[in-house]
Design a protein around this ligand. Sequence first.
Ligand code: ATR
Length: 270
Amino acid sequence: MTDRYCVFGNPIAHSKSPMIHAAFAEQTGEDIDYTAIEAPLDDFAGAWRRFTAEGGRGANVTVPFKEQAFSLCDTLSERARRAGAVNTLLLGKDGLTYGDTTDGVGLVRDLEHHGVSLAGARILVLGAGGAVRGVLEPLLAAGPASVLVANRTAAKATALAADFQDLGAIQGSGFEAVTGQFDLVVNGTSASLAGELPPLPATLFAPGATAYDMMYGTEPTVFLRWASGLGAMPVDGLGMLVEQAAESFYQWRGKRPLTAPVRESLRRAL
Ligand code: ATR
């Protein structure tokens, strides 16, 4: 029987995950069925229960259910525990629900594919919400020289940095306190959605720096346009989307699909 997987979200109609996982399945010869399911806002656990009762083996989880998914897991990976959120659910043979988050490893892999070396890098991360919390553990594990988390609300950045203090050299601040130069600046705020740019000094990119926006779209975000103008290499979040999916696929099926062709076909379809 074909194994069933899905992505849960609300809304979910425009999710690219079914397309991505269909491509992975075809490439690896895995016989899976992957659909998009709109779960009710107040009963994510019920949606997961129904899905597994009908033969569901695993799921991706997106906005706004990552925290509810975290709460229902029987077992959590260390990176999911740190993130406080789960984007990958797996039903074990023992009937237990296992939760992981693959967003951070997705970001790190996409950076690697773009030739960005994180070891010894000075990293600035903009934002202190769920998206940023979800990527800090793998970023710190890659061995940067330092990570500064800067946020509109400074107190959230300092609190977030404190939660990850034991993993490396990480600090938090408001945007106004950002000084010095960085090899990598990651925009994890939702400012791009509003077409806004966080107030930052134009001197923050070191020579050869990379600017990464976790968002993507048909056009470069305002942050990426600004960064390109200052000489940084712009990278949007489309590759992160494909890489986090590949890591979920690996958790479920034990096979690693090639991501570059899938990223390229998604880019053409944007
Ligand atoms: P997500 O899950 O996408 O991280 P979130 O937890 O609501 O969503 O966090 C949104 C992040 O974007 C926050 O860091 C937020 O800053 P505040 O903590 O000060 O609210 C940031 N953000 C949203 N709109 C912004 C804007 N226009 N300029 C700068 N930062 C913005």
